[in-house]
Design a protein around this ligand. Structure first.
Ligand code: AMP
Length: 290
């Protein structure tokens, strides 16, 4: 595995791979790698001969009161994990090379970015989309793999790819969870052992929502009432939002049709940690429990 820090060098390597007809897949992360990230690498390896993993803690997608400075950056460990997972190129630029002093162009995301994470974290999605576009241009990848856990992010990236005619195939990967159901996340290390236990309520509430969906309950508000009750039964867990959206439009659903595709979106605060999770409400996920 080669570690590359310079965007121009990465781009040059990507271009020579393309000239050799190599298929390139990229997995973009902020590091502090875990099983969720590695599952994306595994999918990337199935789809392409060359896998580029990017690690960049993008300050432009953090708000002033967010955890940019304390975000974990265990680079040596990440590099070892990436190498063991079969990554070909680890691209880890610094902020100055990604955003030189004269940098000034930004992606302005639209409607699907306005609610949920976009509302709670102003500017987050513009910063995210800007770096994703840059990393697509630098990696020259044919394929990019993203996790369904960040469902709104994924929908925004799909929109951007379509709106800008970007020649890249987006693949979505299912949420990877710990044995007790908590989605693996770089931010889980912020949780105390008690908070870690409390955090399992996210997945329990997703399962409860699915049970309601299977039982044929078609009113989103009834399901959300139950989700809220399940989460509120755990002390110190505060709901930022809990919503059911149509997966295509990302609009809140009025009623749930039996053959529709919906997603439950959750964001909670446990102590000083903010966690998000999401689960599909459709027949496929009911059977496979993703
Ligand atoms: P992050 O490093 O948190 O920005 O995440 C980088 C990529 O990994 C994104 O596409 C995430 O959706 C994905 N990801 C993060 N956690 C998980 C997980 N538990 N399961 C699957 N994918 C994940």
């Amino acid at each position: 595995m080669q570690i590359i820090n310079d965007p121009a060098e990465m781009q040059k390597i990507a271009e020579s791979l393309r000239l050799k007809h190599q298929l390139i897949a990229v997995v973009m992360t902020m590091g502090a790698l875990h099983e969720g990230h590695l599952s994306l690498v595994r999918i990337a390896k199935q789809k392409a001969g060359t896998v580029i993993l990017t690690i960049f803690v993008n300050f432009r997608q953090f708000g002033p009161d967010e955890d940019f400075h304390r975000y974990p950056r265990p680079f040596e460990k990440d590099a070892a994990m990436a190498k063991a997972a079969g990554v070909d190129y680890l691209f880890a630029p610094d902020a100055e090379s990604m955003y030189p002093d004269d940098f000034q162009t930004q992606i302005s995301t639209g409607d699907i970015a306005s609610g949920f994470e976009g509302e709670k974290r102003p500017g987050h999605f513009n910063g995210m989309a800007t770096v994703v576009l840059k990393l697509m241009m630098i990696s020259k990848a044919h394929i990019a793999v993203f996790g369904e856990k960040d469902a709104q992010q994924l929908a925004i990236i799909r929109r951007m790819v379509s709106d800008f005619n970007i020649d890249i195939k987006i693949i979505e990967a299912p949420v990877i969870r710990e044995e007790d159901g908590l989605a693996t996340s770089s931010r889980n290390i912020y949780l105390s052992s008690q908070e870690r236990q409390q955090a399992t309520v996210l997945y329990r509430s997703i399962r409860r929502a699915r049970e309601f969906f299977i039982e044929g309950i078609i009113e989103p508000e009834k399901i959300l009432e139950e989700v809220t009750a399940v989460i509120s039964s755990v002390p110190d867990v505060k709901i930022d939002y809990a919503s059911i959206v149509d997966v295509e439009s990302f609009k809140e659903a009025d009623t749930l049709e039996a053959n529709g595709n919906y997603r439950l979106l959750l964001a909670v605060r446990i102590g000083s940690t903010r966690l998000i999770d999401s689960g599909m409400l459709d027949n496929r996920s009911i059977q496979t429990d993703v």
